[in-house]
Design a protein around this ligand. Sequence first.
Ligand SMILES: COc1cccc(Nc2ncc(-c3ccc(C(=O)NCC(=O)Nc4ccccc4)cc3)c(OCC3CCNCC3)n2)c1
Length: 335
Amino acid sequence: VRYAALKGLYDLEKTIGSGGFAKVKLATHIATGEKVAIKIMDKISLGDDLPRVKLEVQALKTLLHQHICRLYQVIETDGHYFMVIEYCSGGELFDHIVEKNRLSETESRKFFRQIVSAVAYLHSLGYAHRDLKPENVLLDREENLKLIDFGLCAKPKNGIDSHLQTSCGSPTYAAPELILGKKYLGSEVDIWSMGVLLYALLCGFLPFDDNSIENLYRKILSGKYAEPSWLSTSSKRLIRAMLQIDPKKRITIQELCNHPWITAGFLNPVSFVHKTNFEKDDDVLSTMSAICGEHASDIWRKLVKSDRTDYRTATYLLLLDRKLRGLSLRISSSA
Ligand SMILES: COc1cccc(Nc2ncc(-c3ccc(C(=O)NCC(=O)Nc4ccccc4)cc3)c(OCC3CCNCC3)n2)c1
């Protein structure tokens, strides 16, 4: 299917994912030749979920963190929303674990610190993810993690610790209070899901799993799971602290950032130094000037004034990423 709105801007390639009312296609940003992911949402099938897309776009525009996929551009037409997002060429963490059977404590710690950093950042902004699972954790080309929310996470109006009621997310990773339909705190259910994620990293299988839903629920509510022999005492302690049935007994995100298992081998606790917004980069601006013929100062003025989700913004950010990766900014003449 061709979309007129993308003509001359992006070349669509294969579909890399589809869920609910969204489809994600791999695409090439024509001006720079860089790969991007384009999440295509059909307004008709969105129905009354339409306002949540605006919420998601607003959320993503404010989420500037090295372990959260970056939003480059938003295009709205009568029939569709197109969200142009950072492409993670390493695919899903899930496939990475399956391929390696299970990860070593050291590799698990490297990945888990990145997830904790992204979630701590989210919580600090009053967001709860509520659907943390390996399918929503992607790898970029340097095997750094990128947390995404392929579904739609909601920002509760009165802050993260207002009681949420809508159930979301897959039961396998869902906290007991969530599957019991109790009032729950987003921050607490995210800790539980991260416990399931950490278990999956270290063990290569899930702590609670069953083909029948009611057996799965029973296992989750029992809070009992196997502790394979290869788990270190420290790993077992941390997992136990996260998979506490009683949410009030569960470790908090702050305690998690400083936990001995998390800091072992690293000099500092997990912090979330997030990306600041635009820094002016003269190399990137002069490359853009060479592409479009405008003066670098005019390009920068327009960038700063824009709503930061247009093609010019996408071009600037993609060139900036390329420079940060140590690649030349040279643009192929065909672009
Ligand atoms: C190499 O083979 C492969 C194989 C597989 C994937 C890739 N790469 C690859 N890169 C990028 C994406 C992507 C990123 C973000 C969003 C999104 O919807 N953002 C919105 C968002 O993240 N909000 C948000 C974030 C944090 C907090 C709150 C809100 C959508 C898609 C992707 O998708 C494919 C799906 C497939 C089904 N499982 C999930 C990923 N895939 C590559």
